[in-house]
Design a protein around this ligand. Sequence first.
Ligand SMILES: Nc1ncnc2c1ncn2[C@@H]1O[C@H](COP(=O)(O)OP(=O)(O)OP(=O)(O)O)[C@@H](O)[C@H]1O
Ligand SMILES: Nc1nc2c(c(=O)[nH]1)N=C(CO)CN2
Length: 203
Amino acid sequence: MTPSNAASTPDPTVQPVPASVVQQVDAADSTLHNPKHAVLSLGSNLGNRLETLQGAIDALEDTPGLRVKSVSPVYETEPWGVAPGTQSTYFNAVVVVKTTLPPASLLERAHAIEEAFERVRDERWGPRTIDVDIVSYQGVVSDDPELTLPHPRAHERAFVLVPWHDVDPAAEVPGQGRVADLLSALPEQGIARRADLELVLPD
Ligand SMILES: Nc1ncnc2c1ncn2[C@@H]1O[C@H](COP(=O)(O)OP(=O)(O)OP(=O)(O)O)[C@@H](O)[C@H]1O
Ligand SMILES: Nc1nc2c(c(=O)[nH]1)N=C(CO)CN2
């Protein structure tokens, strides 16, 4: 039976829950969903490069089951893998995310974001408004050509390793070693920090 004064009298069996307990329950809740740690590399060398990188980060954050945890500084980088002087410089950055999406769904989302920014794919390593690569996914190692993990060329790309090291100095490329060590073995690759520019972590 419901007492007639139920709305005005607090239920004596319900104790107030301290804020610290609410926080612990929320944290446990996200553990229950078991989010995975993934690192994504973003690159742009066509159009408004900074705006596009920020748009991609915002679109990632808008993805159900994905939270952007950190965003690296912006680097202006010489195009890698093509003849010098044949393409404009890139803006590159790395983001760390937590996600409940499996790797294949994360790749689908990356491709959807590339399409939203009208990326064209007509030549290998051609200029692009945006490239979203999965650099690593929770230590997974896979040689599936559709989704190779870690990214098969990440360990030799300063434009990936430098910003990744900024956001996670202890990071490792599964099967390749510590990012810090990989970086010290790489030659200088035309990577300039753009301290005048900033990408923001979505609210
Ligand atoms: N770790 C990965 N991240 C993103 N794409 C991958 C990955 N592993 C394999 N692929 C596959 O690579 C294909 C080509 O990707 P994309 O066009 O972005 O290559 P690219 O950026 O030009 O070159 P690179 O792969 O050297 O960065 C994608 O369709 C995707 O299926
Ligand atoms: N500097 C730079 N060079 C590249 C990049 C990139 O993001 N930055 N991406 C490529 C294909 O993923 C090929 N070359």
